[in-house]
Design a protein around this ligand. Structure first.
Ligand code: CTP
Length: 405
């Protein structure tokens, strides 16, 4: 289906019926509505993402709530950002934002936002290719607003900022410029590139919070061309400036290896974390922190693992390591080590002693640290083939009687 005839283009739209419905709901609530940002860019490039970004000139909360009701989605309103999100049953999102202007009180801080008409909203955005809006309100459905000539930059494959202070106000846009350029196979327009490098040279990215930098690294980790993005970040000395991190080439080889063996964004992100100089105060999950640390310290057990003759030794060495770390290591370590890790992940980790704590109690053992020690001894003996499942009970009885643990 072709829409946007009024924009002089035959734009292919994959979800026209839904967009028409959203526009109609906004109109019934008394406001104009637009598809904005990434989805417009992607539509003009004939690409398609599952999420939809809508901007309304007023009543974002009312419109969001009504959309949630009509499409059977889950509705959440973030009053601080004047943004509503509706999560659809297939877990895709519709974001509804109030059109706004933004003012930055200082470089690299989050902006103060104020409601404003759509034209002004487009001028506060990062790049010309992201500063277009497609009206979806009835009677004007399909009108393209392109005050910054985004269509032309799409045609010439260029990422271009809208004003010279863009990378100073918001240095996360440097990550974004690199990400979009590499994702889309675009160039960064020469003046934009110059200003981007000036911002890095003047250390503006170092003013960003760790949270915002990590958010950008997470986004990069989800991209198909993530490795090229990390290489570009290194070339531009971007993370050297803001994280004191310049990924060494041996580490880039590991990222490459991991990337060739799994698409999983979280594993890629954890591997990055493991190479950062200091993640002490970073807002990351406990599992991410512990996994990154385990990868970092893996060399300490490496040779013991290589020499391990018994399955129980492999088990004991690998058991304390969180699973995401093992998933990563199994893909980046040499074959012999990877084999031991896979053996642990696929077989050893699921073996459990059949004797229960209750049975130990019946055998006269008082609750305490001895419980775990006996259960471990039974498990190691099982793993090493010294006893069968059936003999475990006898061994437990013997250990308790002999007071050997
Ligand atoms: N935006 C901006 N400056 C930022 C982040 C976002 O101007 N630092 C604007 C851009 O117009 C962008 C829109 O907000 O298109 C939505 O942001 P986001 O969802 O991050 O960008 P998308 O373009 O939708 O990117 P993606 O294709 O990765 O979803």
């Amino acid at each position: 289906m072709s829409i946007g005839a009024k924009a002089g283009k035959g734009i292919r739209c994959h979800n026209e019926a839904l967009l028409r419905l959203l526009g109609k709901i906004a109109h019934q609530c008394g406001t104009r509505a637009f598809l904005v940002g990434g989805p417009v860019r992607d539509m003009l490039l004939d690409r398609f993402g599952p999420d939809i970004d809508i901007a309304v000139e007023s009543k974002a909360q009312t419109v969001g709530k009504e959309i949630g009701r009509r499409v059977h989605g889950r509705f959440v309103f973030h009053s601080r950002f004047l943004t509503a999100t509706v999560t659809l049953p297939d877990s895709s999102h519709i974001d509804i934002t109030q059109t706004r202007t933004e003012t930055y009180s200082r470089p690299a801080v989050l902006p103060r936002v104020k409601p404003a008409p759509i034209e002004q909203d487009l001028f506060r955005r990062d790049f010309t290719i992201n500063a277009m809006a497609l009206e979806i309100t009835p009677f004007r459905f399909g009108y393209l607003l392109d005050p910054c000539s985004g269509q032309q930059d799409l045609k010439y494959k260029l990422v271009r900022i809208l004003h010279p202070k863009s990378f100073i106000d918001d240095p996360t846009r440097i990550f974004r410029a690199i990400r979009f350029a590499i994702r889309l196979g675009f160039g960064i327009e020469p003046q934009t590139l110059k200003l981007m490098r000036q911002s890095i040279k003047s250390s503006y990215p170092s003013l960003l919070t760790a949270e915002r930098i990590l958010y950008e690294l997470r986004l990069i980790s989800s991209e198909t061309r993530r490795l090229q993005m990390i290489e570009a970040i290194k070339r531009e000395k971007l993370t050297r400036t803001c994280l004191d991190w310049s990924p060494p080439s041996h580490f880039l080889s590991k990222l490459k290896l991991l990337s060739s063996r799994t698409r999983n964004p979280e594993l890629f992100f954890i591997l990055i974390l493991s190479n950062l100089p200091d993640t002490g105060n970073f807002p990351i999950t406990k599992q991410e922190r512990e996994s990154a640390r385990a990868i970092n310290r893996f060399h300490l057990i490496h040779s013991r693992l290589m020499r391990a003759k018994r399955l129980s030794t492999i088990y004991r060495l690998l058991h304390p390591i969180p699973e995401p770390a093992l998933q990563i290591l199994s893909r980046i370590e040499p074959r012999a080590v990877a084999r031991a890790i896979n053996l642990y992940l696929n077989r050893l980790s699921s073996i459990r002693p059949t004797v229960t704590g209750r049975e130990l109690r019946k055998l006269g053992l008082m609750p305490g640290p001895k419980y775990q020690r006996i259960l471990d001894r039974l498990l190691y003996a099982r793993l090493d083939g010294l006893i069968s499942k059936e003999k475990e009970y006898n061994m437990a009885r013997r250990l308790i009687r002999q007071k050997k643990v």
